[in-house]
Design a protein around this ligand. Structure first.
Ligand SMILES: O=c1nc[nH]c2cc3[nH]c(NCCN4CCCCC4)nc3cc12
Length: 373
């Protein structure tokens, strides 16, 4: 394995890139999808299964882990990889987004954010320096800067204020992170739905010469065309030789369209959350196993899949488990969904290598529309 963090673009097809991130804990094949492991667990999955479906990296959340079980406790127990038995790379979000979406009584100042835990109401404060300290205590491999994500729609002045604050916080996070060759700290581009502010944010972060760049402030309720337009504007401003990570995205369709615009890394709760709600992603579209029409259907979700959850269980059985709220229902559908997402990423990587991305993306999209699945 690599001693230091590095990224290499192996092939391109238009703006789509096939790359490889190399780190001491392992390699990340890009475009990559990161299963979300919020509290140090990818819900309803064993970590062996997460690895088995092809994930190279998972995401953890600073906000959740600092509240419970506590960053210092995780450090005393050997760090998040040891704690959760996931020896491969982990990326941690910095907490700001979760503070603003989950916590109570939060207050944001130049210094950082103060808030009360959504679990027990205990008071906390998180500065850029403390967020990096917590991510270090977790022994996170890729650490995100603390930022302010503006909810859309928002006034241009408000978007500008948050974008400029996030740039100042990026500088402070870079200083706090220091020089850790085997790890990386990524900046986060903000700027809402303003082209000018997005360019300003991306150019300022590029000048900081960071190891990777996330596009934040999206997937916050804006229509897909707005998100894609912001990618058209932002990606060309980012260094071509550094990874680009679109935070919180997305559906399979979002991922195809974002890879086409130059994005390398993704994370989303969709496949895991949908699995717990009885929804299966398949090559032929989504299947809601709660629906009574599956009650007598002996077919598996996908007889051609190499995932046992997709290949070996009837829809009738999955429907029964979901309707009975059996734990195995969430387990099998989460397994199926993560397997589908990783298979999609492998498909995408191969298509870019073969210079056939657009054609393959069209075939995948047609598969979803094939109807009665
Ligand atoms: O600007 C961001 N900075 C730090 N972390 C973020 C995380 C994000 N997650 C999302 N969107 C999540 C959308 N997701 C879709 C499935 C249902 C739950 C919400 N946008 C984000 C922006 C940011």
């Amino acid at each position: 394995m690599a001693e230091t963090f590095s990224f290499e673009v192996l092939a391109t097809d238009g703006k789509a890139r096939r790359g490889l991130v190399s780190m001491p804990r392992g390699e990340i094949r890009t475009p990559a999808f990161m299963p979300v492991g919020t509290g140090g667990t990818v819900k309803a999955m064993y970590m062996d299964q997460v690895r088995g479906v092809g994930a190279d990296i998972i995401l953890g959340n600073t906000y959740h882990l600092m509240l419970r079980p506590g960053a210092e406790r995780v450090a005393r127990l050997g760090g998040l990889h040891e704690f959760a038995r996931w020896p491969y790379p982990i990326l941690t979000d910095s907490g700001g987004f979760q503070v603003m979406s989950l916590s109570k009584l939060r207050k944001l100042t130049e210094q950082g954010v103060t808030f009360r835990s959504h679990i027990d109401g205990a008071p906390y404060e998180m500065s850029p320096e403390r967020s990096i300290e917590i991510q270090g205590l977790l022994d996170s491999d890729i650490q995100m800067q603390l930022d302010e994500c503006t909810a859309l729609p928002a006034k241009p002045k408000e978007i500008e204020r948050a974008m400029e604050l996030s740039l100042r916080w990026a500088e402070r996070c870079k200083a706090a992170f220091g020089d850790q060759p085997g790890k990386a700290m990524f900046g986060i581009v903000q700027g809402g739905d303003s082209a000018a502010l997005r360019v300003c944010s991306a150019q300022a972060l590029k000048a900081m010469d960071l190891k990777g760049y996330a596009v934040g402030g999206l997937a916050v309720g804006e229509p897909q065309p707005v998100m894609l337009e912001m990618l058209d504007i932002t990606c060309p401003e980012l260094p071509a030789d550094k990874p680009r990570y679109l935070m919180g995205v997305g559906t399979p369709d979002d991922i195809l369209k974002s890879v086409a615009r130059g994005i390398d890394m993704f994370d989303c709760v969709m496949p895991t959350r949908a699995g717990r709600h009885g929804l299966a992603y398949t090559r032929r579209g989504k299947v809601n196993l709660r629906n009574a029409r599956h009650a007598d259907d002996p077919r598996p979700l996908d007889e051609e899949s190499d995932c046992p959850a997709a290949r070996d269980y009837s829809r009738a059985y999955l429907h029964h488990l979901v309707r009975s709220q059996e734990a195995l229902g969430a387990m099998l559908l989460t397994w199926n969904n993560l397997s589908y997402y990783q298979r999609l990423m492998q498909d995408i990587r191969a298509a870019v290598e073969a210079q056939a991305f657009d054609a393959r993306a069209a075939e995948i999209t047609e598969g979803w529309a094939r109807g009665d699945i």
